[in-house]
Write a protein that binds this ligand. Sequence first.
Ligand SMILES: [Mn+2]
Length: 255
Amino acid sequence: MRIHVVSDVHGRAEALRNAGDGADALVCLGDLILFIDYSDHGRGIFADLFGQENADHFIALRTAKRFDEARDFSRQMWSSLDGDAWPHIEKAVRKQYAELFDAMPAPAYLTYGNVDIPRMWQDYLRPGHRVLDGEVAEIGGVRFGFVGGGLRTVYRTPNEIDDEEFAAKVAAVGEVDVLCCHIPPAVPDLLYDTVARRFERGSEAVLEAIRATSPRYVLFGHVHQPLARRMRIGKTECINVGHFRASGKPYVLTI
Ligand SMILES: [Mn+2]
């Protein structure tokens, strides 16, 4: 069986359309929308609404780890919009989701990233798209577990949850052959982003599940340019499936 796996799509709809070619199924580990593009400041929802100069400034503050100032600046931007900011954000996000789910191959098994708005997905899913979060699917006789979302950070991305809630989803999945998450297990080499020069958050609960249940594979994304793309923990092969926005290519799992 051949499974194609993508993560961190961040708006790359045209490449997504062909990401399932030749595969029995596509697995998508989330982060579909593009809010800010660190490599192309003129793209993404923030730049669409406030222009590239303001995106430049916002990214400069965040890159300098001046998070409080970045948050103040962002608040100031949002309050400059007519009336409530939310309708503007929602419209921009919905436009991206409409394009992405139109391009999403089928069959596809999906879970959420931290840069997603889960309650909107139901409006765009098509036949053959199945969303799993804290749940198991059998694909060709192989048990795949799915745990979506990210953990709380100073970045306050839209889909961050408490450690306890995340751990409960890992526990609900239990023993599987392939564990699919948006975020990596909490291992420093898998969490360090060599371009952003910072650690992202990983999951202790996933690391404990690896030690307790030894899945054959743990697949994840989230860290766009990781120090280590793969790592063996006991019998488990841990794999970062890559930054689809940058590569346009799925990770191929033959099992
Ligand atoms: Mn991402």
